[in-house]
Design a protein around this ligand. Structure first.
Ligand code: ACO
Length: 432
């Protein structure tokens, strides 16, 4: 079988052979690198619907079958048996750790949780009602101004210490953003706690009284973080890689990823879902919301529905759905929003509009309800996503920068503007 495709420009009759590159799983790709040189053509694919931006060995998704693998391990197995810290190790290093490797990694992460005291000055510059994602973009960017001794993307030791620092410090920054917004003192990380308990403690404890982390909450958070840890070349990860391709400061690359995640079409969806469920308010209003989502004259979309890659179901949504009932049950919470969500899911999944377009609930449809049960405020939902996705972003940045072949990402365009024209002096121009 030939391992290439022939591309013919029917206007000129010129042809060229393009090699096909295959991975171990998934559809192969056409290497079109020489297309412009040989046929004078570009490819056009806004939104990267059919375009691979890189080769990667980290995460595999089969959108039709609803499969998600981190380094080959099914998400269902990791969700059941692993922990976020172990998953972070796996994403970064490629294999599950031995017990000694795990202890060492956890020890390093735990010992890098503090942030420089000067960062508090940056935090204090934000108005109390700043959105925590705005603070996260800014404060993660500020972190890039520290650690000059270990920011060389070409140095493997620098790369690894940066990875550990980011996984360790982003929760401290995230909790500080929350504390700032409610006017409470920042809480220092307690290194005798595990990763998620430490984060909850930094979020909710106050100096005035003792605080005990609810282990059910810490466990639920850990599972959510596993599910959100990576998702191959999504918008924010591609942003991290694009910025990384320029040789930029690695922490600045992660700050760029946080900015990309913020949009409601991406990580901002979890916040948007909860706002939408609140607006719908009651099961009786579900049919109206579905009708609005189908109306082409209305911009309203069902937030938490649809995915660029999953066209069958999102395996993470399946896990989160089950977990949602369990967590609410264990915490003894009855949330009417869960009933609205279930009714919405039920109506949408039976509706031809959603069936034809293969629109199913995605990971964020239920995650907000769990975060709400854990008392995480709505504005912090996307920050929670950023915290978990930091593991994936840094794993991709490490893969890219460890490849020894970093090529700057520089897309081309189809120019549709004015043709070449001569400058006219201001005094000689007519017009309104
Ligand atoms: N509600 C109603 N209609 C929708 C929805 C939705 N949530 N999502 C897609 N559609 C419709 C579109 O209107 C379009 O219809 P048409 O073919 O008649 O024009 C069709 O389905 C295809 O939609 P696209 O926008 O072309 O699909 P795309 O792959 O570009 O978008 C996306 C995927 C951004 C996730 C989209 O489904 C969406 O906006 N969903 C809501 C936001 C959301 O939940 N985002 C989280 C994604 S998961 C994550 O980032 C963790």
């Amino acid at each position: 079988m030939s391992n290439s495709v022939e591309i013919t420009d029917k206007r000129t009759g010129k042809s060229t052979e393009m090699p096909i590159i295959s991975g171990l799983l998934g559809d192969p790709g056409i290497d079109i690198g020489k297309l412009n040189k040989e046929l004078g053509l570009f490819t056009y694919d806004p939104g990267f619907v059919s375009t691979c931006s890189t080769k990667s060995a980290i995460t595999f998704i089969d959108g039709d079958a609803g499969v998600l693998l981190y380094r080959g391990y099914p998400i269902e197995q990791l969700a059941q048996h692993s922990s976020f810290i172990e998953v972070a190790y796996l994403l970064i290093n490629g294999d599950l750790p031995s017990p000694a490797q795990f202890r060492e990694f956890e020890h390093h992460v735990t010992n890098h949780t503090m942030i420089h005291e000067s960062l508090k000055l940056f935090m204090n510059g934000f108005h109390y009602n700043a959105h925590p994602m705005a603070m996260m973009v800014g404060i993660a960017g500020s972190l890039a101004a520290f650690y000059h001794d270990s920011l060389d993307p070409e140095n493997p030791e620098h790369r690894m210490i940066t990875a550990i620092r980011l996984i360790a410090k982003i929760p401290t920054l995230a909790a500080a953003c929350y504390k700032h917004s409610v006017g409470q003192p920042y809480v220092y990380p307690k290194n005798d706690l595990d990763y998620c308990s430490r984060f909850l403690d930094m979020m909710f404890s106050v100096p005035a009284e003792p605080y005990h982390v609810n282990p059910i909450a810490a466990k639920a958070l850990d599972l959510l973080f596993i599910l959100h840890a990576d998702h191959e070349q999504n918008a924010s990860t591609s942003t991290v890689r694009l910025v990384g391709s320029t040789g930029a400061n690695p922490i600045a690359c992660i700050a760029a990823g946080i900015a990309a995640l913020w949009g409601p079409a991406h990580g901002g969806a979890n916040e948007a879902v909860l706002k939408m469920l609140n607006e719908i308010g009651d099961k009786s209003q579900v049919a109206r919301a579905v009708a609005r989502a189908k109306d082409k004259n209305d911009n309203f979309r069902l937030m938490g529905f649809g995915h660029r890659v999953y066209k069958n179901f999102d395996p993470r949504a399946k896990i989160i759905r089950e977990m949602c009932y369990k967590v609410l049950n264990e915490l003894g919470i009855h949330d009417p929003l869960l009933e609205v969500a279930m009714a919405l899911e039920d109506v949408a999944l039976k509706d031809d509009y959603f069936i034809e377009r293969k629109l199913y609930p995605n990971v964020d449809f239920y995650s907000g309800i769990i975060y709400k049960a854990l008392k995480i405020p709505v504005e912090m939902f996307t920050v929670m996503f950023a915290l978990a996705r930091t593991a994936g972003w840094i794993a991709h940045w490490l893969e890219q920068n460890g490849s020894g072949d970093v090529k700057i990402g520089r897309p081309r365009q189809i120019y549709v503007g004015a043709p070449s024209r001569d400058y006219v002096a201001l005094a000689d121009r007519s017009g309104p």
